[in-house]
Write a protein that binds this ligand. Structure first.
Ligand SMILES: Cc1cc2nc3c(=O)[nH]c(=O)nc-3n(C[C@H](O)[C@H](O)[C@H](O)COP(=O)(O)OP(=O)(O)OC[C@H]3O[C@@H](n4cnc5c(N)ncnc54)[C@H](O)[C@@H]3O)c2cc1C
Length: 284
């Protein structure tokens, strides 16, 4: 099993073009588990992307009010300044991922590459309408993260493509992430919610993890909360928060599995969404 170590994106995409079926390896925190469990066999070769500096960099464009994060940026980098202030919900989600070792190795690109419904970075990216860029030897393309994730651990990536970066808006307002699991640390989400309250555009965005085959947005709940909020204080009446929670629960499509029941998951996303909305108001 040859392992190749390109140092540029062009080199990596050329290798992927010349080695059909090659596996991209970033931090290895998902890929190695799958290999060890026998769910995956890198039958040809491995393209390790951790030496590509461009994938490990990020940039803030104050004029465009965007943050662009390389696919190889780790959770440890995302949860600390200066990125933490630009994308607070992403930082909050990153702090909940695994252990320090997993956060040092695991990358945002790897979270997208796997696209588990429980991936902690994904609800935040969906709520922020983040876009990702894919590169291949034939060129590049950009797409919404919500279009990229097409099913349980299924994505729109084509053979030979590499996720290079993710771009998200730097939002003026409040944003947060909350998850519940079977214990307090080192836990895969049983249900998770990302909330973004965008003061500039007076918009609300809610995305749910672990309660459907993909990350789910909740347009009815978003509309309900946005029309109930006092935008000067970011607060909403208690009865509106109850209706918001019920609407979020109604948007979920959970299943019962070894981690939890559908009923608990449906209830949990409503509770988490209401708590996040309260925190948005209390943050002023
Ligand atoms: C003990 C443990 C605890 C964990 N806890 C959590 C948790 O709390 N929350 C959570 O969300 N996840 C958790 N994970 C899963 C994992 O850490 C994350 O999904 C992480 O983001 C994967 O990133 P990686 O860089 O390690 O990806 P890798 O394992 O290297 O790759 C994952 C997949 O993405 C593909 N890929 C990687 N980079 C690219 C790229 N640039 N372009 C195209 N494809 C790419 C790979 O081919 C592979 O299919 C945990 C894993 C372990 C082992």
């Amino acid at each position: 099993m040859p392992v190749m170590h390109p140092t540029t994106i062009d080199e990596a995409t050329a290798l992927l073009a010349h080695h059909p079926g090659a596996m991209v390896l970033a931090g290895g925190t998902d890929a190695m588990v799958e290999i060890n469990d026998g769910h995956r066999r890198p039958n040809a070769s491995v393209v390790a992307v951790n030496r590509i500096a461009a994938l490990r960099s990020w940039r803030h464009d104050p004029a465009a009010k965007t943050l662009t994060v390389g696919a190889g940026v780790t959770y440890t980098e995302l949860m600390h300044e200066p990125i933490a202030s630009l994308a607070p919900a992403l930082a909050e989600a990153s702090r909940t991922v695994g252990s320090p070792q997993i956060r040092n190795a695991g990358t945002l690109g790897g979270n997208l590459g796997t696209s588990s419904p429980a991936g902690d970075g994904l609800p935040v990216l969906a709520a922020l309408d983040a876009k990702l860029t894919l590169a291949s030897a034939a060129g590049g393309r950009t797409m919404a993260v919500t279009d990229f994730i097409v099913g349980v651990k299924r994505t729109a990536i084509e053979p030979g493509e590499l996720i290079t970066e993710i771009t998200l808006p730097v939002v003026e307002g409040w944003q947060g992430y909350a998850k519940v699991g079977v214990r307090n640390a080192m836990v895969i989400a049983v249900a998770s919610v990302a909330l973004v309250v965008d003061r500039t555009h007076e918009r609300v965005a809610v995305a749910l993890g672990s309660v459907g085959p993909t990350i789910l947005r909740c347009p009815d709940a978003e509309e309900l909360l946005a029309s109930s909020i006092d935008w000067a204080t970011l607060t909403a009446p208690a009865d509106a928060l109850e209706r918001f929670a019920a609407s979020v629960s109604a948007a979920s499509r959970p299943i019962t599995d070894h981690r939890s029941t559908a009923e608990y998951r449906r209830h949990a996303v409503g509770v988490l969404a209401k708590r996040l909305a309260r925190r948005a108001g209390a943050s002023l």
